[in-house]
Design a protein around this ligand. Sequence first.
Ligand SMILES: [Zn+2]
Length: 287
Amino acid sequence: MAKGDIVGHKPPLRVLETTIREGRIPHALLFEGPEGIGKKKVALWFIEALNCRRAPGEGCGSCEQCERIQRLSHPDLHLLTLEGESIRIEQIREATNILRFRPLEGRWKALVVEDAERMTPEASNAFLKTLEEPTPWTLIILIAQSADALLPTVRSRCQRIRFFPLKEGEVREVLERLGVQAPPSALRWGSPGKAIRMLQEDFEALLLKAKEGGLSGIFDLGEELGRDRERAIGFLQFLLQECRRKLEENSLGFDKFWRLLHIYRCLEEYANARLCVEAALLEMLHL
Ligand SMILES: [Zn+2]
């Protein structure tokens, strides 16, 4: 992936380019920002830029080094992801052990840790020694939604780079490049990853489950979606679409539609997500 393939994120890219230009690559970076906005993409580009022989410092995106980094099959790149709910101490031990050995091909041996805030305290502590005394070829990139969720001892040993949600036009551009058709409402999160997740979420199944569960089904779903405001908004958007369809079929009154729209607007205005979901379900399911 060439740098031009990254949409948005100009400030973080500038910081990273400066470290390359000045030859002061930090051993540990912490990429912090919302999910699904492209932090991992930038991390892989940075590793490409450091390893690419055709366009050193920039990454051509198409040579053998760059392509293997993209495919995550480069021998000097190790990616750590969640196994179940957390990143465990065994995973960190294995990864830090790999970092002890010299790179096979390039100057750097890179470890990228996704969802770094999900490292268990034991895993974080096992990481400290590597962060404190990195080998000269160690490059660690921690990716997290919130740096505050990391142990202060880990956080303080990394150079923090903040990422922000993309602009709506940028989300549209990313989705178009991926061939994903998305309604305008999906652009609002500033996150292509989240937009895709919302498009794929089976809200119909959730609605059916709530319907079958009666009142307790409604309260259970209210509790579940109440924990994730954005999912709650996605769900209400789905309910509104359902309502609109029923309106067109003349199987639903306007009053119900307006009440649902009102609940949706309250939710957008930061009303309690759980209560809004419950109220909307009570409207929809005629209880
Ligand atoms: Zn290249």
